[in-house]
Design a protein around this ligand. Sequence first.
Ligand SMILES: Cc1ncc(COP(=O)(O)O)c(C=O)c1O
Length: 461
Amino acid sequence: MAQRHDGFGVHPSIPFAAPDGRGSGSVPNNMDAFWMPFTANRQFKKAPRLFVGAKDMHYTTDDGRQVLDGTAGLWCVNAGHCRPEIVKAVQDQVAAMDYAPAFQMGHPGAFELAAQLSALLPTGMDKVFFTNSGSESVDTALKVALAYHRARGEGTRTRFIGRERGYHGVGFGGISVGGIVTNRKFFGPMLAGVDHLPHTHDKAHQAFTQGQPEWGAHLADDLERIVALHDASTIAAVIVEPVAGSTGVLLPPKGYLEKLRAICDRHGILLIFDEVITGFGRLGTPFATDYFGVVPDIITAAKGLTNATVPMGAVFFKNAIYDAFMTGPENAIELFHGYTYSGHPLATAAGLATLKIYKEEGLLTRGADLAAYWQEAAHSLRGLPHVIDVRNLGLIAGIELEPIAGKPTARAFEAFLRAFDKGLLIRTTGDIIALSPPLIIEKDHIDQIFGILADILRDLP
Ligand SMILES: Cc1ncc(COP(=O)(O)O)c(C=O)c1O
């Protein structure tokens, strides 16, 4: 008979001491068990980088250093870290009611947050579906697009059109419409019937553009070619990030999103903007739809929604989409989709407190005030060794480095490690450095970010 055990203590925690001697020893940690996401596990575990605290613009490392947050965590801590009002709202909520069933039951916070969000959204887009992440928001948007067409008697519309280099999270729907090869090639055939637009980035025409490139609106015309190939009657939706973030900051050429909108309208195709990164003030407007003046049918969001305090995503729908489901008997469930934690009370409490801060401090438009300063600081890196492009919009910047021959990603990753050692958190994807600080950033933080980066670039191998 197998020996009985209580399930605990089989893998005793080992005191934390990184092999390179870093670390205070105060963080007990068995580094073996945790399979880290999107991380070089073996490399990380040899020389771990651990945060143990955070406040406003800074993280604290396990060895007590302050690290300036140049990436708002992962594009998500838009109001800065550990804001007391959000902390208290979550604490109060967890003490009052930890959880309420999401299906056939409700709690006030979810309705209140949805109502406040709908006030931020374009006119006629008032319906909010809660998820727990950007990936779930994307899968929700895709599923609803299919079901919407079916509800209207156009069930042949089953194809999705994504875009090369797009990032839409890691669900099967998201990687199917996404266009980053490493996120796709390991995972089989994915969703059937997906096609992709070309990405919009072309260094020959766009390098070192400040803001939106002039060149490239015609790339949207490829959608007409794809429609002609498959026939509009088979296409449910087009999904794009208004500004592609995770792939390394690719900006929409002037007029490009407008063209996509017009082509979708012409053919009865839904347009989905994945605003998981651009939502909640990143471009200096509440959403990218406001910045570009192009209104999609569906917007996916997450990240800044709760200032990342509690995981939460949301999908915003035009009213006509919701209305298409509100037929049939009133006692029938209209949409067979949802998550145990859709509209979780802690997340809605965090979301409401976050929106209050955004409003009181004007954070959803603060990026507009700082964008020119940010742009100038980012482009000051032009001319430094290895820098082959700088691009920016709102409070986003991408700095592309010439890859080391035969070692793609190595140069940018070395920059990331050196930045961390010098007290700055940046993010790299391929050989591109992506920056997206909390929206509470001050000008002297901007100077620090680009000052540290300039120092690093001057003697980067
Ligand atoms: C545009 C976009 N969509 C979806 C996602 C996935 O979000 P999550 O990691 O919360 O699933 C991300 C994450 O960075 C994103 O940038």
